[in-house]
Design a protein around this ligand. Structure first.
Ligand SMILES: [Zn+2]
Length: 469
């Protein structure tokens, strides 16, 4: 467990001076707004919301105090001790349905011994703001928060409500965050037309420009399974013929050897075709531009799936991750279990996959069960006002940059909202190099102040395009 004491134990953080605005911000205002965002992010990163336990209530109280200074009332729900979800809203005239800016307040564990700075110090160094959550996703949360504040200060007339929703428990994939809001406060979100969340990627080209804007329109669906083998318990010195550990190992061997079929889904076909246009390697460019044809060639298929990301985008994947037999070396247990992390492509039916994997194992003493609720992955359309606004905001800055869709091999909280019919998009406002992105769930997570400034303005532009009258 990380130390929960430290700066975060005294979150008496005084928000920075506010930038006063009477109408649309100009260049000088954006400079000052960038400074304000930077200071807010350093404060936010000092609130340790490592989940578990999360302690998101501290973050929610701080966010509420920042909103309150601008006269925006936030509702803070406390679904469990120490947990919180925050909801704030700028009202539109109701002529269009609301847009939700969704962010999670919790972060994953940081191991200080691998960091060059204290992970919850929010320190500014070498032009970066450092700290766990800088990218995932307190930085984006600040871009969303500032968007709300600037809309309010600039007196922008809105045609739709702009909702700021900060949640708990994204990083543990369940719990009392977005799922709780949808279940217990569904009326606050159900009517929304659009949602912006993490799960997008803006790739910097290393020369001050942008190579591509990747907008998350869909993600794979987790289908985590428990595999249980039953047999006869006994003493390790007198082997039983149906030792459940042996059975489990044989079953897992079959699962590990199983090559799930390669499947080209429409969203992946589209984004690979787009990415081919900026691919420098001519062979890969040809393959990606027509992935269906490429995968019929076994050499190409082998080379493409050797890339972990392409492989994950082109099939249902299986990772065996947990194993449990006996606690004692000399005891044959009555059962042995394994946990496997399955990720399904959009359009796949979890029940059909369960039938397939059961057939692969082909052992009636081995049962395979889902660990929890599951859902088929869904996709948000690119034929929406929101997607076109993102495209327009991107091209206003970088006329030649590629704007494409992304399918996440992992998942975010967007699925809760896609299932309500809300068109939900992953938007990564900060232009990041490959190296910058490594801090997500890794060490020395940080975001450059330049990227923060650019991203803040981009976010505001996108939201204004869809929400302003
Ligand atoms: Zn995240």
């Amino acid at each position: 467990m990380p130390p929960l004491a430290g700066p975060s134990s005294a979150p008496v953080l005084v928000p920075p001076a506010r930038v006063a605005l009477l109408n649309a911000p100009g260049e000088a205002d954006w400079k000052a707004l960038g400074d304000e965002a930077t200071t807010l992010l350093t404060q936010y990163l000092r609130i340790n919301t490592t989940n578990p336990p999360g302690n998101e209530i501290a973050a929610a109280r701080w966010l509420a105090s920042v909103l309150q200074r601008d006269g925006i009332d936030a509702r803070v729900f406390e679904p469990a001790p120490g947990k919180a979800n925050l909801y704030a809203r700028l009202a539109g005239d109701g002529s269009a349905r609301p847009i939700i800016l969704l962010n999670h307040m919790d972060v994953v564990l940081a191991s200080p011994q691998y960091w060059t700075v204290e992970p919850f110090s929010g320190v500014i160094k070498d032009g970066y703001v450092w700290g766990r959550g800088a990218l995932d996703m307190k930085g984006e949360g600040i871009a969303q928060l500032m968007t709300l504040l600037v809309l309010k200060r600039a007196h922008v007339q809105l045609k739709r409500d702009v909702i700021f929703l900060a949640t708990s428990d994204e990083e543990i994939g369940a719990g009392v965050g977005a799922a709780w809001i949808v279940e217990h406060q569904g009326d606050l979100v159900r009517n929304a037309e659009f949602l912006l969340n993490e799960g997008g990627l803006t790739r910097a080209d290393g020369r001050g420009g942008v190579e591509f804007y990747g907008i998350g329109t869909t993600e794979k669906s987790p289908f985590w399974l428990d595999v249980t083998a039953r047999g006869t318990a006994g003493h390790g010195s007198r082997p039983t013929p149906d030792n459940p550990v042996h059975r489990l190992v044989r079953a897992l061997n079959r699962i590990a050897d199983w090559q799930t079929p390669l499947t080209v889904t429409t969203p992946v076909e589209r984004s690979l075709r787009d990415l081919a246009t900026i691919e420098r390697d001519s062979t890969l460019r040809r393959w990606l531009s027509d992935i269906r044809t490429a995968l019929r060639d076994s050499t190409a298929a082998r080379a493409i799936t050797a890339d972990l990301t392409y492989n994950a985008l082109l099939r249902n994947t299986i990772s065996i991750t947990g194993l449990k037999g006996s606690d004692k070396t000399n005891v044959i247990p009555p059962i042995a279990t394994a946990a496997i992390d399955v990720r399904l492509l959009p359009g796949e039916d979890p029940r059909a996959f369960l039938a397939d994997i059961t057939r692969v194992v082909a052992d009636t003493a081995v049962t395979i069960r889902p660990q929890g609720p599951n859902w088929p992955a869904t996709e948000s359309s690119t034929e929406t006002e929101m997607f076109r606004a993102i495209e327009a905001a991107a091209h206003a800055r970088h006329p030649n940059a590629l704007v494409t869709t992304l399918m996440l091999p992992g998942f975010t909280d967007s699925h809760y909202f896609r299932r309500l019919g809300i068109a939900s998009y992953g938007l990564g406002p900060f232009p990041l190099s490959q190296g910058d992105s490594r801090g997500v769930h890794g060490n020395d997570e940080r975001v450059s102040i330049d990227a923060l400034r650019v991203g803040l303005r981009f976010y505001y532009d996108v939201v204004t395009r869809v929400a302003a009258k």
